[in-house]
Unconditional design. Structure first.
Length: 319
């Protein structure tokens, strides 16, 4: 509508005036991803967002995603201003892994190499030996395990279990989970597969083991997007946040994408498989932060120094 178009134009002007670039995650709403596309910004998975933010030449990065993504951008580029549409955009994995409890867990298991998922606070990263995202978790753990290292893994238990099963690594798991991916139901997915026998099933590894077992492809958002382009199937059942559909449909307009069911009876639930915190990244808030310059990500410099070590290990490993 006209109001939305006007908002988008205003935001484009503000981004240019402020020497700011918009970096959005695939799970943000279509309008936000369109804006990133239209302004020469970036859309990607959490690893790619981190890399893009680090290398961006603009003095301000606007991170449309959730808080840990903004913090990662700040840790990698402390000299840049990192804004977010709202600092209230949390993540259940981050919230479920408080730094003090996590630190005690590490202290109790000093013989283990600490590998944390990027979906954590700067303080948790600062306590880790390695940071990983879903796109390279398997490779990093496989590498560490082949050197005989035992792993302490946090916070996502489902991704941890998946990596453990794939690599055979000795892993002690924190019991966090993603409120979005945990909603997918295996019984419903089985029914849906029977209804669409030619469809390939794409699953993000934050989903439960029962869902992962039904997958044709398991991977990070970028890996799933790639599979949707490369596989010959014309239909896909997708078990991840529905924000990804914008990019999948754009890349393959002739293919059809179906949301994996979040209810046991094979029915889809349009309000479930969407992260409530990603949904806080609205055009209105984007305009507001670019006008008021509030919602600035700050990270304690001593934490930056410590968190940078495991983050850089990840970035070097994934080159
Ligand atoms: P990706 O690393 O696949 O982007 O997933 C991270 C995530 O959970 C974002 O919410
Ligand atoms: Fe966190 Fe899940 Fe939301 Fe991703 S989708 S930000 S893992 S709660």
């Amino acid at each position: 509508d006209r109001e939305t178009l006007a908002s988008k134009e205003e935001i484009k002007t503000l981004l240019a005036e402020k020497d700011a670039v918009l970096v959005a995650h695939y799970y943000t709403d279509t309008l936000v991803q369109e804006l990133a596309d239209e302004t020469g910004g970036f859309i990607g998975d959490s690893l790619e967002m981190a890399r893009y933010g680090r290398d961006a030449t603009e003095s301000t990065i606007v991170v449309a995603g959730v808080r840990f993504m903004g913090e990662t951008a700040k840790i990698l580029s402390p000299e840049k201003t990192i804004l977010m549409p709202t600092l209230g955009a949390e993540c259940s994995l981050d919230l479920g892994c408080p730094a003090d409890e996590f630190s005690a867990f590490c202290d109790a298991n000093p013989d283990r190499t600490v590998v944390v998922y990027a979906n954590t606070s700067a303080a948790v990263k600062a306590r880790a030996d390695w940071v990983v995202t879903s796109s390279i978790a398997l490779d990093v753990v496989d590498h560490l395990s082949s050197m005989g290292e035992k792993i302490l893994w946090a916070p996502d238990q489902h991704l941890g279990r998946y990596v453990q099963a794939k690599t055979g690594a000795d892993m002690l798991l924190w019991n966090g989970s993603c409120v979005v991916h945990e909603e997918f139901k295996a019984h419903g997915l089985q029914q849906m597969k029977a209804m669409f026998p030619d469809a390939a099933v794409l699953v993000h590894p934050e989903s439960s083991t029962a869902i992962i077992e039904l997958a044709d492809v398991v991977g990070s958002t970028t890996q799933l997007l790639k599979a949707s382009q490369e596989l010959p199937n014309q239909q896909f059942i997708v078990a991840t946040d529905r924000g990804i559909f914008y990019r999948m449909q754009k890349a393959s307009p002739q293919k059809s994408f179906i949301e994996a069911p979040t209810a046991g009876n094979g029915a889809t639930c349009r309000s479930c498989a969407h992260c409530p915190w990603m949904a806080m990244n609205t055009l209105e808030r984007l305009k507001s932060v670019l006008t008021k310059n509030d919602q600035v990500i700050e990270v304690d410099p001593t934490l930056i120094e410590r968190a940078l070590v495991p983050l850089n290990r990840m970035l070097t490993f994934s080159k």
